[in-house]
Design a protein around this ligand. Sequence first.
Ligand code: ATP
Ligand code: MG
Length: 355
Amino acid sequence: MAKRRLLTGDRPTGPGHLGHYVGSWENRVRLQDEYECFFIVADFHVLTTAHEDTVPIRDNVRELVLDYLSVGIDPTKSTIYLQSLVPEVAEIFLLFTMFVSVPRVQRIPTLKDVMRDLEIEVAPLGLLSYPVLQSADILMVKGEAVPVGKDQLSHVELTREIARRFNSLYGPVLPEPEAIVGRVPTLPGTDGKAKMSKSLGNAVFLSDDERTVERKVMGMFTDPTRVHVTDPGHVRGNPVFAYHDAFNPDRAEVNDLKRRYRAGQVGDVDVKWSLGQALNDFLTPIRDRRRGFASETGLVDRIIREGSDRARSEAAKTLAEMKRAMQLDYYGSAAVQSPGAAGQSGRSREGRETR
Ligand code: ATP
Ligand code: MG
């Protein structure tokens, strides 16, 4: 039997961080053999919050793909692709916008978070509709599983609604995907804010060097009620311990630190020092692999080109199926055929002849 499909991805807005890893990437690596995986580098999505300055996107795309490779995403098993190289997604998005009301997208909690965090006063239409574009990303490859952080659950729910609506109107074409939330649903930021995020300046990046990691850890927000080492400290809600729980494999050490912290028998500096060690132990092999992949000339470009061709041929198939179901295929499909889909059907040739 064919493997089930999985789709997820990230915006190329900056380097990958520990939150990405525990929220989604770890699951991707784990599920690569079980599912047929598609990982989208969502460059159109960058424009929803930063359309004026597009220059950094190109480098960020490359860095993100290197991050993927360094954590163990394997392009020989999985498809890594660039959203803007699959224009079919925009057409699928357009069809989906008919099924979603404006108040429905306004209610999505991430919209308010993004607007607050980035100090956006009035949402552009593109930002408002970005979860609908994300639905198109998922459904264009008929994704059934979506590993995401907890913040994205509402988007997967919208995707399910869209799929149900489409299927009930036109027949069963689209799957209803399920979210797979990571082992840490939301990793807090180094500043104690609820979510580590690239755009909040509170992230430990997978590509940070050892000294940077140590510095960031030493500067971390901790229990603000604690003034002296002998004050009993709070472990719950303390990001230093959230990171220990997520990344320190030495459970005995973590439990001992927690006990002594609560009892006022260990200082923040010691707890942070051992966290810095644990994080660097975790990151060292990732950094090493990254260096290796970065030195291979042309590797990233090749992965993106090949992956995008493949994703595009899947998207073209889904779009054709959707239009057939909607009886919108009266003139065949558009003239220019995706490279991957070439020769698969006579439909587009017919389309070209009618023009
Ligand atoms: P940006 O600031 O550009 O929005 P981000 O750091 O919030 O970046 P996204 O690209 O929005 O990251 O998220 C990519 C994926 O990583 C999503 O599935 C998201 O849920 C997950 N993710 C991001 N940050 C965290 C976090 N702190 N904890 C858990 N999962 C996270
Ligand atoms: Mg985000």
